[in-house]
Design a protein around this ligand. Structure first.
Ligand SMILES: [Zn+2]
Length: 140
């Protein structure tokens, strides 16, 4: 279980600054469903005008439906080379979150046995036949 510091007292003395979320990958804090939101893609989940995020997860049969306002927190760091030099733990998806992101990406995920081991890989750009647009020349 991860440690979550109680930051309420520190945040009470924080200074407001301008920030706007244009795009994000986030997990619903209530149910854990992972979303990829973008202000360029209209959805029932994300309203970029109001910064409202509504969880529309129905995978468990019932709707989560929790709504949040999304913002940004800028944590100050000590200016030293090694401080904050790695991705924060909560910005690296765990196995469950990664599976969900892969599923939504619609990509193919190969087993470790299919790992490439040659200096110059063979073809790497693949698609299924049903996803390939029909060739206009073949229809005649
Ligand atoms: Zn949720």
């Amino acid at each position: 279980m991860s440690y979550t510091p109680d930051t309420r007292e520190r945040l009470a003395h924080a200074t407001r600054f301008f920030a706007r979320i244009e795009r994000a990958t986030l997990e619903c804090p209530r149910c854990g469903y992972v979303y990829q939101i973008s202000s360029r893609v209209p959805s029932a989940t994300w309203d970029p005008m109001t910064a409202r995020f509504t969880c529309t997860n129905r995978t468990s049969g019932s709707s989560c439906g929790k709504t949040y306002i999304l913002g940004v927190v800028a944590w100050p760091i000590i200016p030293a080379p090694k401080v904050a030099s790695a991705t924060p733990r909560d910005q690296v998806p765990n196995e469950r979150q990664l599976v969900q992101l892969r599923k939504e990406g619609g990509g193919w995920w190969l087993a470790d046995e299919a790992r490439i081991s040659t200096a110059r890989p063979d073809d790497t750009n693949l698609t299924t036949e049903d996803e390939r647009p029909e060739d206009a020349d073949e229809e005649d």
